[in-house]
Design a protein around this ligand. Structure first.
Ligand code: NDP
Length: 619
């Protein structure tokens, strides 16, 4: 069945876009385009890779403070729980919910922020909204009876939903909020985890799980002179509404009316907040190193009458449908219909174009390249359709494959540059030169500013222990950082030999589904609940993956890894280790189940329901 791809039509006009697409194949000079990709990549490659970024320490330490609550004083805790979960984002919430449903009463979530929500607790910048459709992005919608109000829900509603889950499953009762774990250590004698926090707690837990988030620790660009700036500044993940006025609902930031504001970075975050800044600031300077690809958003309100027609079990069906389509599989209906499923649909269409379709890796790669060439040409065409000034439009065009960087979807970002107060400062891949007391230098020119906002993203390629803020000592004092020094070693991305009764909730070495992180979490939560319930039932004190099972899993993943040469011409970014050669550790940390996410979810469902939990020992 042919699927609706009418999204872009709604913005650039049905007939224009149809005509454009029809003539596209003949218009693309693929060789010229790919040479340009390589040239744009070469401009941006730098030997310092991830090291170009700096941690928010010293003068910038305050960038990490929680601006949303004043921590409430409490006495330190010296008690014991069955399960402690580190991190109160979706991972902690969904695992907590599933554990409660499995009859585990004393679940304690320990969270650095003043409330649940994780990334949605911290990121309250104006315009923040989910980039994956709410029906598959927001977990536990059926269980909590919530109907998202929009297809791509805005951040306040997502934060509210996080609180709803916590309330619904009584997760507030035992939670430790505004509490940061400082040490985590396995005590072999008592067979318990000992958790120390910045509140002086020394808690014990039979099981420990951690879901500290893949994009958790803000990073800053190591621009010379960054510490000199005397105006106001902050990172997007701690938006300073006291300074800007407005609020996370998108209310006009009235205090910026007389301010010259610079924003550094043009990734997914900047794309969402720039339209709000453009509306509010006296002058806005958007410092760009590499433009994002901006496809159509086409957000819509949800119709309650239609929502009421969904049959029980709908959310799991939607999750499966999205994941199948997004990863290149076949189903009759595209329930979500968005930019993500469109990418895969185009590849499938290409595969079936000729009279004798082939399904070899080479045919897939060819289909991927051709459909991507078309998609990126459309995206660049869209810039021309929207942005009035031709040189600004030229600078906003992305010259790389869509999946080289996080694809962005927005219907107001490009339009912002038609506003006379909004200036794109394109640096042609070089980035900001330096910062001084009064502003930002780029292209040899000084821009005087009252405020600098860093939309510079989060640490990704750094070590797990550094990102989570504490190390974990397993059996015999073995540090997780040491065990993973040459890359992650796990069974299912979750169990680590030498670290009994511990679960890591993240997507690598498992489904590795990037387009919808919560789907990975939903499955991991079900798995943890099944294992803990089983351990309690059989009276096991320890659950641990065997060394052999861990090794076999890594072997299976490494041997089956798809050597997909499709992204060698990418501009640098965190998706490709800043364009640097990938080490074995990097490869291990990015491994996914060879047969893909859909097969992994089926596999893990059967594994946890088998009751034998092959590869784990229960002692
Ligand atoms: P990113 O890491 O994507 O972007 C950082 C930006 O800073 C890039 O544009 C980078 O340019 C730029 N930059 C770095 N150094 C310099 C410099 N010296 N001069 C000028 N520019 C510089 O961070 P984001 O916060 O935008 O997004 C991070 C991730 O968070 C996303 O990829 C996505 O996974 C997630 N996210 C999800 C959202 C959602 O689902 N709704 C919304 C927002 C974010 P360059 O590209 O050249 O490196």
């Amino acid at each position: 069945m042919r699927h609706d791809r009418g999204h872009s039509a709604s913005v650039i006009g049905e007939s224009t876009s149809q005509r454009w697409r029809t003539s596209l194949t003949t218009q693309i000079d693929a060789d010229a385009v790919h040479s340009k990709y390589l040239a744009e990549r070469a401009k941006r490659l730098r030997s310092d890779g991830n090291q170009q970024y700096i941690e928010p320490t010293g003068k910038f330490a305050s960038y990490l403070h929680d601006p949303y609550v004043a921590p409430v004083e409490r006495d330190p805790l010296f008690d014991e729980v069955t399960v402690a979960f580190i991190g109160g984002g979706f991972a902690g919430l969904v695992t907590g919910a599933r554990l409660r449903q499995a009859g585990i009463e004393d679940v304690r979530i320990i969270e650095k922020g003043g409330d649940f929500g994780g990334t949605w607790y911290w990121n309250r910048y104006p315009g923040a909204q989910c980039d994956t459709a709410a029906f598959v992005y927001l977990p536990l919608l059926e269980e909590t009876g919530h109907m998202p109000t929009e297809k791509y829900t805005h951040a306040p509603e997502i934060l509210e939903h996080s609180r709803r889950i916590a309330e619904h499953f009584d997760l507030y009762d035992n939670a430790c909020l505004s509490t940061e774990v400082t040490d985590l250590e396995w005590d072999d004698e008592s067979r318990r985890w000992i958790i120390r926090t910045d509140r002086g707690d020394v808690m014990r837990a039979k099981f420990v799980a951690m879901g500290t988030g893949p994009l958790h620790r803000p990073k800053l660009p190591g621009i010379p002179g960054i510490e000199l700036f005397e105006g106001h500044s902050f990172h997007t993940s701690r938006w300073d509404y006291d300074y800007t006025g407005g609020d996370p609902s998108g209310r006009l930031m009235e205090r910026l009316a007389d301010k010259r504001v610079g924003i550094i970075g043009t990734g997914a975050t900047a794309v969402q907040c720039v339209p709000h800044l453009a509306r509010a600031c006296a002058e806005l300077y958007v410092f760009q190193r590499t433009p994002s690809s901006i496809d159509v958003r086409n957000n819509q309100p949800i119709d309650p009458e239609w929502f009421a027609t969904l049959e029980p079990g709908w959310q799991q069906r939607w999750l499966t449908n999205f994941t199948i389509l997004q990863t290149g599989g076949f189903v009759d209906e595209d329930l979500v219909k968005d930019g993500w499923t469109d990418i895969a649909q185009r590849i499938r269409d290409k595969l079936f174009e000729g009279p004798n379709p082939e399904f070899t890796p080479e045919a897939f790669e060819r289909a991927y390249h051709e459909s991507d060439d078309e998609k990126m040409a459309e995206i660049r065409h869209r810039v021309d359709e929207i942005v009035e000034d031709p040189s600004t439009a030229e600078a906003l065009k992305p010259w790389y494959r869509q999946l080289c960087k996080r694809p962005c979807f927005h219907d107001e970002y490009l339009q912002s540059f038609n506003n006379p107060n909004t200036h794109l400062v394109d640096t042609d891949g070089k980035g900001v030169e330096r910062i001084d007391e009064t502003g930002v230098w780029a292209n040899g020119r000084h821009h005087e500013l009252d405020c600098v906002i860093y939309a510079s993203g989060f640490e990704v390629g750094t070590e797990y222990a550094r990102r989570s803020g504490y190390d974990t000592l397993g059996r015999g004092g073995l540090a997780l950082s040491e065990k993973w020094a040459e890359g992650m070693q796990t069974l299912h991305g979750m169990h680590v030999h030498g670290f009994p009764n511990m679960f890591v909730v993240q997507h690598a070495q498992a489904a590795n589904l990037i387009s919808n992180i919560p789907h990975n979490i939903v499955e991991a939560a079900a798995t943890i609940a099944a294992i803990v319930a089983h351990a309690q039932e059989v009276g096991a004190d320890e659950v641990e993956v065997t060394e052999a099972a861990e090794r076999d899993w890594i072997d299976q993943l490494e041997q089956g890894a798809r050597r997909f040469g499709g992204n060698l011409d990418c501009t640098p970014g965190y998706y490709n280790n800043e364009g640097q050669a990938t080490t074995r550790a990097g490869i291990l940390n990015g491994l996914g189940y060879p047969a893909g996410p859909v097969a992994y979810f089926a596999y893990i469902d059967a594994w946890r329901n088998s009751g034998t939990f092959e590869g784990l020992t229960f002692r």
